[in-house]
Write a protein that binds this ligand. Structure first.
Ligand SMILES: Nc1ncnc2c1ncn2[C@@H]1O[C@H](COP(=O)(O)OP(=O)(O)OP(=O)(O)O)[C@@H](O)[C@H]1O
Length: 225
């Protein structure tokens, strides 16, 4: 089962300092190439679950495998390398507002030491996929909320990660723009990227034919798969 899955949680619990248990014995598998939603009330543990997958937090109990690799055994010095294989999209974009769209998307490649010629090629391919090629020289402040979110998505996929995580990627957008952003995620999924999206937006999710995992006070109560 682990070999087949992109993400595998085996009775994972996370307690924050102060004693609050954000996740309790959570178990599930997400297959390679699958797309799923993670839902639940505010404070249910959605962001915590995503942070565990990208090694921003560590569990107190249980095992997590990403791409078949046990994260517990992951050497600290290899974490930056690991993160290049996991694209992450946040609600508030985390864009640098003093840099152009091109420079924002190029950032992960610069950090990875990619040549400037290759950077140009890959950034434009990425901007093309999200429909923003014409805005490469714009500053993020001049873009709409939906466009800013698409810059965040282009940056998340510029390294061609096999796994894409998103935390409330449509949080500030109207229903039409939200649907557009979700279609983009679906397009990446259709070319083989495994996608996990934390979202409150039940109306939007219910229109899409993907697995819905639901957290309730730190327990996975539906959609274990
Ligand atoms: N660093 C932290 N230290 C202590 N408690 C934390 C920390 N991060 C999160 N928590 C607590 O853990 C619980 C789960 O938080 P989490 O952010 O995972 O929930 P969520 O489902 O993503 O919520 P939301 O939809 O509001 O973002 C919350 O009660 C939160 O206050």
């Amino acid at each position: 089962m682990i070999g087949d899955s992109m993400i595998h949680f085996d009775r994972v619990s996370k307690r924050y300092s102060g004693g609050f248990e954000a996740l309790s014995e959570v178990s599930f598998s997400l297959r390679r190439g699958e797309m799923a939603f993670l839902t639940g009330h505010s404070g249910a543990g959605k962001s915590t679950l995503l942070k565990l997958i990208m090694l921003m937090e560590r569990p107190n109990q249980g095992r997590i495998y990403v791409g078949g690799q046990n994260l517990e055994k992951f050497p600290r010095r290899q974490i930056p390398y690991f993160r290049r294989h996991v694209g992450v999209v946040f609600q508030n974009h985390h864009l640098l507002f003093d840099r152009t769209v091109f420079q924002n998307v190029a950032l992960p490649l610069e950090i990875a030491g990619v040549s400037s010629r290759e950077i140009g090629r890959r950034v434009r391919a990425s901007l093309d996929k999200v429909g923003l090629l014409k805005k490469e020289n714009s500053l993020p402040i001049t873009l709409s909320g939906g466009e800013q979110q698409r810059v965040g998505i282009a940056r998340a996929v510029v390294n061609k990660p096999p796994l894409l995580l998103a935390d409330e990627p449509t949080g500030n957008l109207d229903p039409e723009l939200s649907a557009e952003i979700m279609r983009l995620f679906q397009q990446f999924n259709q070319v083989g990227v495994t996608v996990l999206i934390a979202s409150h937006d039940l109306a939007l999710i219910s229109h899409m034919k993907h697995r819905v995992m639901r957290l309730d006070h730190g327990q996975l109560v539906a959609g274990r798969g």
